[in-house]
Design a protein around this ligand. Structure first.
Ligand code: FE2
Length: 313
């Protein structure tokens, strides 16, 4: 048995209230809060409680949760971590460990796999292929609020990308799906193309969290609704990544974290059949879309994060 995906993440932000309002609008469902109201939890449609938001002096990803099938997996990880000299804490069905290079705390727990009801395959017309004859596209008829199915991946800045990759692969058992030399490594702990993207950076920071929706129409509809009254939330989209193939649209929460609606990510069911690639140049970032905004690679608050003087906007 093995690791099977991200279970949840904990975001630390200066203004919990503002950020919670944003993620509720983004389509996550409030599902609980601590007695003092300072730790709030949100659910996705398929993944259950997958986001916790809590107070922190500056924005950062405090923890990622990874699901494992059974305690044997935790035993195996214990041995691997011991081999690479990483310290961890094990208590029953949870193992907590810290990667010093990405400043990420990882909590691996024995948890059930997320089971997703299949999204309806919508026919599309093409030249000489009228697969959707005599009716309008279902995507334009939808009026419901877009709600992410589940948390897909997180992207974090690591001070030593190679060392972090070593920690997550040799230490925890993540697999390398693709690499962009000296910039990023796409790692997976499920059948998703990536669940964790480690990006070389001068400071530890959360680049973005990514939330799966049914299809490209939901990517567009979700972003459209978020931008209607808040055009300042726009970061980058609509586009399609080359690495991972997903359609994307990135938005910015009030703390400065990017959140991505995505659909049609590559999916690896058989490790033997996937050919990891080393992707160079612009394709490392995207295949098509609007021009890449410089603030996507280096968020506007990066300097402030480096001095610890970040102030929420
Ligand atoms: Fe992403």
């Amino acid at each position: 048995m093995s690791l099977h995906g991200l279970t949840s993440i904990t975001l630390g932000v200066p203004d919990v209230e503002a950020v919670c309002g944003y993620y509720e609008e983004f389509g996550l469902t409030p599902s609980g809060r601590s007695a003092d109201g300072q730790r709030r939890r949100f659910s996705t449609l398929d993944g259950g409680e997958q986001l916790a938001v809590t107070q922190a002096p500056q924005r950062r990803l405090l923890e990622i949760g990874v699901g494992a099938d059974d305690p044997d997996d935790l035993d195996r990880i214990e041995s691997s971590l011991a081999r690479i000299g990483a310290e961890f804490r094990r208590s029953g069905e949870e193992l907590v460990v810290h990667d010093p290079y990405s400043a990420l705390r990882v909590s691996i727990t024995v948890a059930p796999r997320i089971v997703q009801s299949p999204a309806k395959a919508e026919p599309m017309n093409g030249p000489g292929r009228p697969d959707r004859a005599n009716v309008r596209a279902p995507g334009i008829e939808r009026t419901n609020k877009v709600r992410p199915r589940r948390l897909g991946h997180v992207v974090v800045g690591s001070l030593d990308q190679e060392a972090s990759q070593e920690f997550f692969t040799r230490g925890l058992g993540f697999k390398v799906t693709d690499r962009v030399p000296s910039l990023a490594s796409f790692l997976r702990c499920s059948t998703d193309h990536h669940n964790l993207l480690l990006q070389r950076a001068p400071v530890n920071f959360l680049h973005h969290t990514a939330w799966e929706v049914d299809d490209v129409d939901e990517v567009g509809r979700g972003a459209h609704a978020m931008l209607e009254e808040h055009p300042e939330r726009h970061v980058w989209g609509l586009g399609r990544h080359h690495v991972g193939s997903n359609f994307f649209w990135y938005l910015k929460d009030p703390a400065g974290n990017f959140s991505e609606y995505y659909a049609d990510l590559d999916c690896i069911l058989d490790d033997q059949l996937w050919k990891p690639a080393v992707v160079e140049g612009a394709r490392g970032i995207y295949n098509w879309g609007p021009p890449l905004p410089p603030s996507f690679i280096e968020p506007d608050d990066l300097a402030a994060l480096m001095t610890g003087a970040h102030a929420p906007r």
